[in-house]
Design a protein around this ligand. Structure first.
Ligand code: HEC
Length: 154
């Protein structure tokens, strides 16, 4: 009997510790996931810049342009997962609407992803004007989501 009570006590203590640890983890995860999505967004920004250099004739087409477009496409597909956690993250500029208006956010992510096959195709060619047009379409979709879901503070 004594040992059973003891076990139960220990289980409760462990459970309580897990709850506390879980709270700490949630916060750490929130900051980590905000950092991660910001890093992924930055990666897209860099890749868009690289592609615009080719669209302007400043850099050649080749494996680098294909890799840049594919990186943008991959992050596009990742966006729903990047924003899955709505945890406190002091540095995040994501508006609460990302989660409170999740359907609209998902639609904005899809609208963006829908532009990336044309971007990948143009990046694999040599037609600067075609790449410029594809970049325009993708860039517009980046901006549409930012207008609705990224705060201007900071
Ligand atoms: C479906 C919505 C959505 C799409 C599409 C999108 N973004 Fe973002 N982006 C966001 C949100 C929301 C943030 C703010 C994230 C945060 O601070 O937690 C952000 C942040 C950023 C940042 C700032 C990162 C930082 O260091 O704080 C850059 C740069 C960026 N996006 C570039 C792009 C580019 C380039 C594209 C298109 C190629 C793009 N984004 C497409 C929603 C989107």
């Amino acid at each position: 009997m004594m040992s059973r009570m003891g076990t139960r006590g220990r289980i409760l203590a462990v459970a309580a510790a897990l709850v506390v640890a879980g709270t700490g983890l949630a916060f750490a995860d929130g900051a980590a996931s905000a950092d991660h999505r910001q890093a992924e967004m930055k990666k897209m920004g860099g890749a868009m810049k690289r592609l615009s250099q080719s669209a302007k004739g400043e850099q050649p087409f080749g494996p680098e342009t294909v890799a840049a477009a594919e990186a943008i496409q991959a992050v596009g597909h990742e966006i729903p997962a990047l924003f899955k956690d709505n945890e406190p993250a002091p540095k995040s500029r994501a508006k609460p609407e990302v989660w409170s208006d999740a359907g609209k956010f998902a639609a904005a992510a899809k609208a963006f992803s829908d532009t990336t096959p044309a971007l990948v195709a143009a990046a694999g060619g040599t037609d600067a004007a075609a790449l410029g047009a594809a970049l325009g379409a993708s860039g517009k979709a980046c901006g549409a989501c930012h207008d609705a879901f990224r705060s201007k503070d900071q």
